[in-house]
Design a protein around this ligand. Structure first.
Ligand code: AMP
Length: 426
């Protein structure tokens, strides 16, 4: 199947072709016709499957098709609302709208917390067709009467499972209550848990179901390996991997913000260009570090799970789990950052004695055992060294014991910094 078979407007097809895409991904093949036909959608798809274009393209078509009279009005109330869990994802979705809608007279805007509210107010006043928002900041705008949601025709919940994990359910319900009853709803989630099922049953009307990434499986193009080692060898082993394999553009996962900072410093000291990204960094610092990483100026980006959610980079070749996540589902999210859109990727996990239980949980979840490799000079000893005090394992908790990165991001406060004016386009 080609993009030209999907019946999208020529302006949209042109924008897709300019991105160099000619074959829709499986989720796009299934979601685009369903959305074009006006159906509600329940899509189980991870980041990396092409899900963003899967909803952006048909939405742009529905918005622009035969609607020039409405689009040419001076002040517009939003007709499409996309809710995302994080500001990074909001920015990326809005960029996709801009990329694919560049030949159409469609306005889009991303609003999210952690930055000044006034520029967003000014942009909202100028009129927006497609509004992408994090829940907390959107409710701030609603409260201040900066935005009117009564004309929303299409509502998208992106990464709904993450939204629930981050405690956004009440905000989501408040927002849904403000929307017109008659509307099209699209729900995207990496997993289909009982909570998501419940949310979907209240939100969606006779949805078309699309399931492209069967739950808890990773892309087949990702090679997954476990290197067993002693905990105290991990830093040296990581440096060894970087130098012996000339690794570049590696996303390294650490469990805590503090750990991510410390690891980035260790790599830097060893002459490996590295930086950390997590929720305690200002928006400016995060954006800068991300663009350095994307431009290939950094060999390693050390990230926490939540901060990594919004990182969208084509063809990331390596993911290294410096530490395994406590929540096995996070492993699947992490390695989903590589092997995207059919590209080859490798996910390496450094596993010490203490983490064998976590590894077992992960293997149970993904229903396969991971290949073990030993690296000469870093073989694990038979007996584990005494374990330093650890936080208790258990249900998912926000990082750092306080609010999660994204809960913060959705709210007021944080670094008062304006999203570049490009967030809005015409
Ligand atoms: P997403 O799952 O939406 O985060 O998309 C993952 C990546 O795949 C993004 O970098 C897209 O630009 C890219 N992508 C989306 N659609 C296609 C396609 N049909 N062919 C190749 N790459 C695509």
């Amino acid at each position: 199947m080609k993009f030209s078979d999907l019946g999208l407007m020529p302006e949209i097809q042109r924008a897709v072709a300019e991105q160099g895409y000619d074959t829709p991904t499986p989720i796009q093949q299934q979601a685009i016709p369903a959305v074009l036909a006006g159906h509600d959608l329940m899509a189980t798809a991870q980041t990396g499957t092409g899900k963003t274009a899967g909803f952006t393209l048909p939405i742009l078509h529905r918005l622009a098709f035969g609607a020039n009279d409405r689009l040419s009005r001076i002040a517009r109330t939003p007709r499409v609302l996309v809710l995302t869990p994080t500001r990074e994802l909001a920015i990326q979705v809005e960029e996709s709208v801009r990329t694919y809608g560049k030949h159409l007279p469609v306005n889009s805007l991303a609003v999210f917390g952690g930055v000044g509210i006034n520029p967003q107010i000014a942009n909202l006043r100028r009129g927006v067709d497609i509004l992408v928002a994090t829940p907390g900041r959107l409710l701030d705008h609603v409260q201040q009467k900066n935005v009117d949601l009564s004309a929303i025709e299409i509502f998208v919940l992106d990464e709904a499972d993450r939204m629930l994990d981050m405690g956004f359910i009440r905000d989501i319900r408040k927002i849904i209550a403000l929307l017109p009853k008659e509307r099209q709803n699209l729900l995207f989630s990496a997993t289909f848990s009982p909570d998501i099922r419940e949310l979907a049953s209240g939100l969606l009307h006779k949805p078309v179901s699309v399931d492209v990434a069967p739950r808890n499986t990773a892309a087949e193009t990702v090679t997954q390996k476990v290197i067993e080692c002693n905990r105290e060898q991990k830093k040296d082993l990581l440096k060894h991997l970087f130098t012996t394999r000339s690794l570049h553009q590696v996303l390294v996962f650490a469990r805590t913000k503090h750990g991510a900072d410390a690891l980035a410093r260790t790599l830097e000291k060893a002459g490996i260009k590295a930086a950390a990204i997590h929720g305690d960094k200002s928006q400016g610092a995060r954006t800068r570090v991300l663009s350095e990483f994307k431009d290939g100026k950094l060999a390693a980006l050390v990230a926490t799970d939540i901060a990594a959610r919004g990182i969208d980079i084509d063809a990331l070749p390596y993911v290294i789990n410096y530490e395994l996540p406590n929540v096995p589902e996070d492993y699947v999210h992490r390695i989903g950052r590589t092997g995207r859109a059919g590209m080859e990727g490798e996910a390496i996990s450094l596993v010490c004695h203490d983490e064998r239980g976590q590894l077992k949980d992960i293997e149970r979840l993904i229903k396969r055992s991971l290949e073990r490799v030993e690296i000469e000079g870093f073989e694990p000893s038979a007996v584990a060294a005494p374990r330093p005090p650890q936080p208790p394992r258990g249900p998912r908790k926000p990082q750092g014991g306080g609010k999660s990165d994204s809960q913060k991001s959705g709210k007021k406060g944080g670094t008062p910094q304006q999203h570049r004016s490009g967030a809005r386009h015409h």
